[in-house]
Each structure stands twice: as C-alpha cells, then as structure tokens.
Design a protein around this ligand. Structure first.
Ligand code: S3P
Length: 171
C-alpha cells in the first residue's frame, strides 16, 4: 500500500510524511531526497547547473522508480511533481490514498519567507514579489493538487494534528 502526500512547498509534506510512516510502520521516501541521493547533488545545484527542465525529467523518471516499489510506503513528492507530464496520472493509478496538504497563501508566504535560499524557485525573488509569485503559482497548480483523493486543510495545525487526520481517514 502506498500513501502519497502532495502540496505546495512549505506545506509540511516531509514532516507529516515521516510521522505518518512511523505510526503506520511503513517506509518513508521523500522524492526530493531520493533525487538528491540518486544524482548526488542538491536540488538547488541541479536547478542552477542543469536547469529546471533537466530536473523535471529526472523527477518524473525517479517518481516512476519509487512508484514501482511494491512495499508499504509513505511518499512525499515535491511541490511541482503532480503538475508536470503524466506524473499525477501515474500517482493516481498507483494508489487510492493521495492527500493534498492545503495551506492558505498567507500561511505559505509566512513559512517560505524564512527559507527562501533553499528553494530554487523563489531564491531569486525580492521579498516583496514573493506573495504574487506564490498566489499565481498556487492558482496554476490548484487543478493538479485538487485531483488528490483527500484534501487536508492544514492551516494553523501542527504536523501531529495533520498526521492524525490522515490516519483517521485511512482507518
Ligand atoms: C518544487 C518544490 C520542491 C523541489 C523543487 C521544486 C516546486 O519540493 O522539488 O525545489 O516546483 O514546487 P518541496 O515541495 O518538497 O519543497
């Protein structure tokens, strides 16, 4: 069985995914980490040196590899993973448990403000341009995210609360 967490950067997919995997006694895979291990490079370096299209190609390739794993898994994918190529179709074909961790734009701005440097898509932006970027980006991506089987409103909730909500829906 596979549980897949999707959502925008900073929505807590990795933190919630680790907690969930621990409770379910499933293996946890963070697709970003998997990509970094496979290419032996940080995501920000891959973006800088090889460009986003190269990253997206590798992301799709390695997503397929992870989805082919037959074990019990919790997978946290990257914020953009569901929005490129056939990635979301492949995810939905593989499991009936896709959870979208949804946060308001205001919460995302607050969370991402402090971590700008580690996020290649927003690292180059001036602070005052981040709200508009995130707003537009969420608008573009919303159609992909809303294909998840479950949408969890994660605003003002800590990771344990979000994890427990997901556990409740799985039981
Ligand atoms: C991206 C999100 C990142 C990472 C890459 C691109 C995106 O993952 O895959 O920087 O397009 O939203 P997280 O959502 O885990 O930060």
């Amino acid at each position: 069985m596979k549980v897949v967490l999707i959502g925008y950067m900073g929505s807590g997919k990795t933190t919630v995914g680790k907690l969930l995997a621990k409770d379910l006694k499933f293996k946890f895979i963070d697709l970003d980490d998997y990509i970094e291990d496979n290419l032996n490079e940080k995501i920000s370096t891959i973006f800088q040196e090889k460009g986003e299209i190269y990253f997206r190609r590798k992301e799709s390739e390695l997503l397929k590899e992870v989805l082919n794993d037959t074990g019990n898994l919790v997978i946290a994918v990257g914020g953009g993973t569901p929005c490129y190529g056939t990635n979301m179709d492949l995810i939905l074909k593989e499991t009936a448990f896709v959870f979208y961790l949804k946060l308001s734009i205001a919460s995302l701005i607050e969370r991402l403000h402090n971590e700008k440097e580690h996020r290649p898509l927003i690292a180059h932006l001036k602070d005052e341009d981040i709200p508009e970027f995130i707003g537009k980006h969420i608008f573009e991506r919303g159609g992909f995210y809303s294909r998840a089987h479950f949408t969890i409103n994660a605003d003002n909730k800590d990771a344990v609360t979000v994890k427990n909500e997901i556990l409740g829906l799985l039981s």
